[in-house]
Design a protein around this ligand. Structure first.
Ligand SMILES: Nc1ncnc2c1ncn2[C@@H]1O[C@H](COP(=O)(O)OP(=O)(O)OP(=O)(O)O)[C@@H](O)[C@H]1O
Ligand SMILES: [Mg+2]
Length: 227
């Protein structure tokens, strides 16, 4: 068996922080695990990431944006995610297809049916077993990132470096549409989504997320101890 887990949520909600902690914990427990992020996670995908998130690319058409995200995803699925799952591993992915529905669909108003077709072409229909949703208002998430950018002390110390990109810079109304889009995605598929209050401490969230993952671990073979 294998496990495909994705992290979703608004900007600054703690996805990368929790993805890293879960990766470290599973790795320490000798589970075969990889952590990737979207867009990126491959050499080609990282190049696409630079194009799509560049603050100077203000002229980027919504269709271009959608197709670039999807191109990076197609590369990630075929190069990393699918082969690793086929070997019985655990793949942790910091954002995945739901981000396309939330950001390009609900946020930018792109047709959701069209996005599903593009996404299925990119992923070959591969869906996560579990999606962790870090629930935070758009305003609070952006405020966390702003503090970090301005060199103000973070609310919590243990975290990954924060970035400010072309999508973060969009207006608050856009981010609020994204957030309510996520709510619709969650209510359409409640069994897959696990919603956490992102205002809890980093440690408490990490423990809660690991508790959700725990039952799946029984089916994953750990790496052999090296003699
Ligand atoms: N549980 C938490 N409580 C308070 N602050 C937190 C918490 N988790 C993370 N942070 C802080 O919030 C900021 C954003 O965290 P992080 O980069 O993990 O979020 P993200 O969801 O990956 O953001 P992005 O959408 O930019 O990728 C960081 O400054 C981090 O220190
Ligand atoms: Mg992040």
């Amino acid at each position: 068996m294998s496990l495909f887990l994705t992290f979703e949520g608004p900007e600054g909600s703690g996805k990368s922080t929790q993805a890293r902690l879960l990766y470290e914990s599973l790795h320490a427990r000798r589970f075969p695990v990889v952590l990737v992020r979207e867009p990126g996670g491959t050499r080609i995908g990282d190049l696409i990431r630079r194009i799509v998130l560049d603050l100077q690319h203000t002229e980027m058409a919504p269709t271009t944006e959608t197709l670039l995200f999807s191109a990076a995803r197609a590369q990630l699925v075929s190069e990393v995610i699918r082969p690793y799952l086929e070997q019985g591993g655990i793949v942790l992915c910091d954002r995945y297809a739901d981000s396309t529905y939330a950001y390009q669909g609900y946020g930018l108003g792109r047709d959701l049916a069209e996005l599903r077709v593009i996404t299925n072409a990119a992923t070959g229909g591969l869906r996560p077993d579990i999606t962790v949703y870090l629930d935070l208002s758009a305003e609070e998430g952006l405020e966390r990132k702003r503090r970090k950018r301005q060199g103000l002390p973070p609310v919590e110390q243990r975290a990954v470096p924060v970035e400010w990109n072309r999508l973060d810079a969009r207006e608050l109304a856009y981010h609020e549409r994204v957030e309510s889009g996520y709510r619709e995605l969650i209510s359409a598929d409640p069994a897959r989504w696990h919603v956490f209050d992102a205002r809890l401490s980093i440690e408490s969230l990490a423990a809660q997320i690991e508790a959700v993952v725990e039952p799946y671990l029984a089916t994953i073979r750990t790496l052999e101890a090296t003699p």
